[in-house]
Design a protein around this ligand. Sequence first.
Ligand code: ADP
Ligand code: GLC
Length: 477
Amino acid sequence: MKKILFVTSEAHPLIKTGGLADVSGSLPKSLLELGQDIRIIMPNYQALNRPENIQFRCTLRVNNTDVNILETRLPGSAVIVWLVDCPELFDHPGNPYHDEYGNAWPDIAERFALFCRIAVEIAMNRGYLNWKPDIVHCNDWQSGLVPALLALEYSRPATVFTIHNMAYQGLFPSATYSYLNLPGQLWNPDGIEFHGMLSFLKGGLVYSDRITTVSPTYAEEIQTADFGYGLEGLLSHRNDFLCGITNGIDTDQWDPAIDSLIAEPYSIKDLHKKVLNKTALQTTLSLPVDKKIPVFGLISRLVEQKGIDLVLDCLPEMMKLPLQFVLLGSGNKSYEQRLYNFADLYPEKISINIGYDEALSHQIEAGADIFLMPSRFEPCGLNQIYSQRYGTIPIVRKTGGLADTVDDTLPDTLRSKTATGFVFNDATPGALMEAIKRALIIYSLPKSWRELQVNGMERDYSWKKSAQQYLSLYHHL
Ligand code: ADP
Ligand code: GLC
């Protein structure tokens, strides 16, 4: 049995802005089920969905700041969660990265530097918790200083750093480095300095014993200039210590047969009931109720990564076809405005829902026929996996985890019963539109469509396999 400290900035259902929370809320549960002693550490944000059973554990002092460690459990599981409680930094309205108006926190470097320092204290068992991990598993730049600071300690635990997204690096001016009072040994181009800037991400990439990312294809892609953001050389250099492990999904939360957030549960056996979720969705969103019309769904952060511009460019042509389009997301204000403009023009065909809505995200997965995910890059992506489980056929661009989890519909994949979606190559509206038209042709052939649905629904995307891969990685350390 390994003792694992899992360091993350978000974990569902405590707090979530994206897929990192889904992973942090489900991988530790699977590792616990595999008999490991795993504990999560994360900040005690004001916006936390606060569980009832929170207990004070101890007070720690780092960099002249006193911080309390509170203990609770990940709701719905026995996984212990340690909350880093520092009200000056974390007790403010907003999400982990933005204030309530959507502006990045001006003191975000200070917030996560303190968080990392506390994680190091606990990793070194200086936290009066009487528990020393064998492995410290860090996630994304917010925890990047942990492997760097631990590298300066004697008799330290082994470190794993998982890249969920290279696009976010925690880059700050060099003055921030001095302001944060970080140890001088780390400030050099082979350390956490990146072209004269402080890079939290480099802390993870340079100093961790193993680097993982969330799909094998993305592990290759980030070693190229197109996806590496200038860190491709470092990643190629560390290639022997880098691997891709595809994310699993939490099948307690994402299973159409037991999903309490959807109108009508269904499974392969009673797949005809899926349409009741479509009519319920149309009713909820005030679209004309029509069982036959193909409904396209999209749930996403509205950022460049997700190829929202490609969808916007396709919408005029899509609107000439008999279909409905339902979107849930938030982010870039100009995308939001352009989407609203289309909804004003085509209220009978488009429903744009700006905001974050857990229940609606499940209802779209259950009610839509086709799911759009034309990402420019996608480290793993979860919605294309949820879609397959819900019999909602994904249209994805061939990149990262999308390439690894969706099989294109072609004569031979239809024959071998491996087709689960529609895959296109170029990040152009023309290529996306072609995939949409291919999907509509198969949609008009109910027998083939059902085959695609069943192929996807039968796939095992639970965490079991991937958690085993993490476990064998831990054992190699
Ligand atoms: P990323 O982490 O890059 O945002 P993923 O596909 O890995 O992409 O995960 C996104 C997660 O966030 C999914 O669980 C998705 O359903 C959820 N999500 C994204 N936007 C919203 C939203 N507006 N409302 C509800 N859930 C959302
Ligand atoms: C990131 C990526 C996404 C991935 C998620 C969880 O946010 O953008 O592709 O699924 O992390 O690993």
